[in-house]
Design a protein around this ligand. Structure first.
Ligand code: NAP
Ligand code: MG
Length: 492
């Protein structure tokens, strides 16, 4: 069986640690992909030191040359797309068609960011003084820590690594412990694409040990994190104490709002897609349906019908619509939320139990679940579940729908179903989420469009799109005086 290795200073090295973690296939726990050694703090420090040493020459490499390496990584991902998609499914559980989608998103992001390398421009600014002007340049921070979750184990690392590298930073990458195989393959691709030794380092290890060592190392000047609020807020505090830049993309509780004039078929299909696609394990998954009473009975009965029609199974099979939950701890956590929903008095209308039919017994399968008559105070209306569970909240009208949709600490994504232009634009004005969709699911995004959340979801710059490089660069302002004389008058 494969033992995953760290990548430090351009070399693949096995950790000396005796602590290990088995990378099992969530669709079939008899299938073990490999073993992760949980790196020591000393190994994590070595990775940061190697990134710090490589910074000087990497920042001096012309930006378009750095971009060309990222473009090559995009091509290598494209060449190996099918293998990578299958590895992703075996490791994380999403269906192979969802994996292909994630790979394509990753390729798109890398291509887009490679192009940005020829557009890393500043401003030129006329001066109040004759024969003077000012300009700005964008410069890298130094060593950046990239800490990522398991649910998009290829795309999220790519949308952080690509801009970090193009901007001229060196990186220490700490992926989620339970997705080491895809992380390893991704780093191999960047290395093969020509990233020089020390510029990109991979450390496999637990967040609380190796991860903690990396993010708190004095040479790390910026931390880009995606994951849970508990961990993200802690990193934010630690970074604040050292005065370093931080970007955290965290939880969501994304609502779809369905009004009485909505195309109900479209609303039902999109809600099911958003709630149960990727087994509900997307940060932008639809978690709440806020439905106007007038159409609620019809909406619920059709969503239930749709949920029941979904085929659970190993994501490798073309027949599968919904794959397993990623691991036993998430599995228990989702089941616990289903109990909480029942205890709090929500009406369970479908699912709510482990799926243990033929071919499912060795995996972490939970039936797509819908709770009706959920009230805004219930925990299943407020807390992120991160599984195939939809909470339906009934409201009397559009005003109440907006109020209920916004009554939530998170602010990642949302959507509205109506054909009334005035209400669409009022929704866009008033909904408190970083991204919103009109008559389409809460999920989905494009490489060249910014991505991010507000409220408790997001800290720091948005990622991707025109904002992709914002977090990874800082400005330098340059004043140029070509009079050749002592300055006349004062600038304040
Ligand atoms: P997590 O438990 O917060 O872990 C995320 C990463 O942080 C992992 O690599 C983890 O390592 C590491 N980590 C944990 N403790 C750390 C510490 N003290 N110092 C440094 N690193 C540490 O999140 P997850 O369970 O993997 O992912 C699910 C969460 O991600 C959900 O809340 C979801 O909403 C969120 N998410 C948000 C977005 C978005 O864009 N808003 C996108 C995707 C996912 P270990 O694996 O070793 O614990
Ligand atoms: Mg796994």
């Amino acid at each position: 069986m494969e033992t995953y290795r760290n990548f430090i200073n351009g070399e693949w090295v096995e950790s000396i640690s005796s602590k290990t973690f088995e990378n099992v296939n969530p669709a079939n726990t008899d299938d073990c992909l490999g073993v992760v050694k949980l790196s020591t703090r000393e190994e994590a420090r070595r990775a940061v030191e190697s990134a710090a040493e490589a910074f000087r020459s990497w920042r001096a490499t012309p930006t378009p040359a750095r971009g060309r390496i990222v473009a090559r990584a995009a091509r290598l991902m494209e060449d190996d797309k099918e293998n990578l998609a299958q590895l992703l499914t075996r490791e994380e559980g999403k269906t192979v068609s969802e994996s292909r989608g994630e790979l394509q998103r990753s390729i798109n992001v890398a291509e887009f960011v490679a192009g940005e390398s020829r557009r890393m421009t500043g401003e030129t600014i006329p001066s109040e003084l004759p024969s003077n002007f000012a300009y700005t340049v964008k410069q890298p921070h130094g060593v950046v820590a990239v800490v990522t979750p398991w649910n998009f184990p290829v795309a999220i690392p790519v949308w952080k690594l690509a801009p970090a590298l193009v901007a001229g930073n060196t990186v220490v990458f700490k992926p989620a412990t339970n997705t080491p195989a895809t992380a390893t393959r991704l780093v191999e691709i960047f290395a093969e694409a020509g990233v020089p030794a020390g510029v990109l380092n991979l450390v496999l290890g637990s967040g609380s040990d190796a991860g903690d060592e990396i993010v708190n190392h004095s040479a790390v000047r910026a931390i880009s994190f995606t994951g849970s609020n508990g961990v993200g807020l802690k990193l934010y505090e630690q970074a604040a104490r050292r005065g370093v830049r931080v970007q955290c993309e965290m939880g969501g509780k994304n609502p779809v709002v369905v009004l009485e004039d909505a195309d109900l078929n479209l609303a039902v299909e999109s809600t099911a897609q958003g709630a149960f696609g990727s087994t509900g394990q997307r940060c932008t998954a639809t978690s709440r349906a806020v439905v106007v009473e007038q159409v609620a009975d019809e909406f619920v009965s059709r969503v239930v019908e749709r949920a029941k029609s979904l085929r659970l199974g190993d994501g490798m099979s073309a027949e599968t619509d919904v794959g397993p939950i990623v691991d036993s701890s998430q599995f228990k956590s989702v089941l616990r939320y289903i109990d909480i929903g029942r205890e709090d008095g929500a009406e369970l209308v479908t699912g709510g139990e482990v799926a243990d039919g033929a071919g499912l017994r060795k995996g972490f399968f939970i039936k797509p679940t819908v709770f009706d008559r959920v009230t805004p105070d219930m925990r299943i209306a407020r807390e992120e579940i991160f599984g195939p569970v939809l909470s339906v909240l009934r409201v009397k009208d559009f005003d109440e729908a907006l109020q209920v949709a916004n009554d939530c600490e998170y602010g990642l994504s949302s959507s509205v179903f109506t054909n009334d232009a005035a209400r669409i634009f009022r929704f866009v004005d008033e909904i408190e989420t970083g991204m919103t969709h009109i008559n389409s699911p809460t999920t989905g995004g494009e490489a060249h469009v910014p991505f991010g959340g507000i409220k408790a979801t997001g800290i720091g710059d948005f990622e991707q799109g025109s904002t992709a490089l914002d977090f990874y660069t800082e400005l330098k302002v340059v004043y140029v005086d070509y009079t050749g004389r002592k300055r006349e008058g004062n600038l304040y």
